[in-house]
Ligand binder design. Structure first.
Ligand code: FAD
Ligand code: 2HG
Ligand code: ZN
Length: 475
């Protein structure tokens, strides 16, 4: 039987309301939903559907399953690997945008949990938790627009993993609509539960390929009263790794963030955001942004941070350091770090790498990679930074200054091979926190064992045998 898109759209509109089914045939502009944040991936969608609640999600999923229409779940569309938009080939698809499921259902202060709908913007959850003296620690540059459902579906990392772990470590319960429209209620706020397989883990980091997350119960923590930010110049990545070890030893659980930033990355941010102040007098090849947080008095934490940093300086673990004097200065230091992605995007074409390695191996990896890239791709500009405290580097390579527009992306496979082969040789990962999506789908079989891929395919087959849940992503 031939597919009648008009009657499909009419059925969808009857299920969730006329205004919440966007389609190009009636003049709606779908590009904000069908093109990814980097403008790298774009695919056609029959419609963009914006359901209001779990029941409406179920109704749409059932309609799609019955009519062979694929579903691309979408949160804030800030993902960096093309997983949140339709592929350019594959089955007819709709984008299921979760933004209207945005309620905070419950904050249980005594249990230290929040239960939220999937479309709640991360920053809103952070703010609502703070309003009751609690911290939701997931923190990343896109927090003003990414959604908790997207964070869970990508197992997002961010800048506080050092202290609080990845998103996976923050999720206690989930509600999921399965590819056949069944509602799987795992929405529990328990810290201990050994009643068989931990099913929620399947959906965390699955990039929407196994079902649609509609709600989650997440952990909250005591909101720290004191927070201190420091910015150090170091002579090498090896020195930064020594500094990391020494600061963790001295500050313990109070140490919450340790971000490595290359001199090139700082220069790029200061070029595109000229109001950004220089945090240190001199120039260093590498910088480190550190944060500590604790309950109690700001002055006490500041004193502890200062003492630790001075000891590190005496021990030769850093070259120069500045401590933010107040909240605004701390935020300005963080903007230096958070604006790197934007500055590199403004600067033109770049090939992103989101790799993780044992921290001890990172200095040798960087030392080997930089000359190797320079030799293989003359003029290429590595912009290296990342969550060194988690062993996660964004080893992004910007196009040589004099190059035909568009031609640097043609080098993607060749550049990836140099970097990812080296990562694999050191038993690292080619995707530490951003995921696989469309971007690295063809590389996954090169770096993951056949048996791991086989088990992943069996899980996919068990939950989504027809393959309509975010097809063309991950596997
Ligand atoms: P989307 O981009 O909409 O979707 C991402 C994936 O999740 C897709 O596969 C999509 O199908 C799926 N999905 C979305 N919602 C659901 C749902 N409800 N149910 C099932 N599947 C769903 N990432 C990091 O890990 N760390 C960082 O530090 C970081 N910093 C960033 C900084 C900037 C400036 C930008 C633009 C991105 C950054 N990211 C970072 C990447 C991105 O923000 C994260 O991956 C984020 O978690 C994606 O959330 P989202 O709501 O935008 O999801
Ligand atoms: C970050 O750490 C994000 O800032 C984005 O993960 C990294 O843009 C990138 O490559
Ligand atoms: Zn990152």
């Amino acid at each position: 039987m031939s597919f009648d898109s008009q009657s499909w759209l009419a059925r969808a509109r009857a299920l969730i309301g006329d205004a919440h089914v966007l389609s190009s045939d009636r003049g709606d502009d779908l590009s904000a939903y069908t093109r990814d944040w980097r403008n790298k991936f774009e695919g056609p969608a029959l419609a963009v559907l914006r359901p209001a609640n779990t029941e409406e999600v179920q109704a749409i999923v059932r309609l799609a399953a019955a009519t062979g229409v694929a579903i691309v779940p979408q949160g804030g569309n800030t993902g960096l690997c093309g997983a949140s938009v339709p592929g350019s080939t594959g089955p007819r698809a709709v984008v299921l945008q979760l933004g209207r499921l945005n309620r905070i259902l419950d904050i249980d202060v005594e249990n230290n949990t929040a239960t939220v709908e999937a479309g709640c913007v991360l920053q809103t959850l952070q703010q609502q938790a703070a309003a009751v003296g609690r911290l939701f620690p997931l923190s990343l540059g896109a927090e003003g627009s990414c959604q908790i459902g997207g964070n869970i579906a990508t197992n997002a990392g961010g800048v506080q993993v050092l202290r609080y772990g990845n998103t996976r470590d923050l999720v206690l319960g989930l509600e999921v609509v399965l590819p056949d429209g069944e509602r799987l209620d795992l929405l529990r706020g328990l810290r201990k539960d050994n009643t068989g397989y931990d099913l929620k883990q399947l959906f965390i980091g699955a990039e929407g390929t196994l079902g649609i997350i509609t709600a989650a119960t997440v952990k909250l923590f005591a909101a720290p009263d004191a927070r201190v930010v420091a910015f150090a110049g170091v002579a090498s990545v090896a020195q930064a790794v020594q500094l990391l070890g020494a600061m963790r030893q001295r500050l313990g659980e109070r140490f919450t963030a340790f971000e490595l930033i290359s001199g090139e990355a700082i220069a790029l941010v200061r070029h595109y955001f000229p109001d950004t102040p220089a945090p240190l007098q001199g120039d260093w090849p590498w910088y480190v942004l550190m944060e500590a947080a604790d309950g109690g008095d700001d002055a006490v934490l500041r004193e502890a941070m200062q003492t630790a940093l001075m000891a590190c300086m005496e021990d030769g673990q850093l070259e120069d350091v500045a401590l933010a004097g107040n909240v605004a200065q701390g935020q300005a230091l963080w903007m230096l770090r958070e604006n790197i992605t934007h500055a590199q995007q403004m600067d033109g074409s770049n090939i992103k790498h989101d790799v993780s390695l044992p921290i001890s191996r990172i200095p040798a990896f960087v030392a080997a990679m930089l000359p190797q890239l320079a030799q293989a791709f003359p003029g290429a500009r590595p912009i290296v930074y990342g969550h060194l405290g988690d062993g996660n580097l964004h080893f992004n390579v910007s196009a040589p200054a004099a190059i035909e527009p568009g031609s640097w992306q043609l080098q993607t496979d060749a550049v990836n091979q140099v970097i990812h082969d080296a990562v694999a040789a050191l038993h690292g990962s080619i995707s530490a926190e951003h995921g696989i999506g469309q971007l690295k789908r063809h590389e996954l079989p090169l770096y993951k064992s056949a048996i791991e891929l086989d088990v992943m395919r069996r899980v996919k087959q068990a939950l989504d045998p027809v393959g309509l849940m975010n097809p063309g992503k991950v596997l």
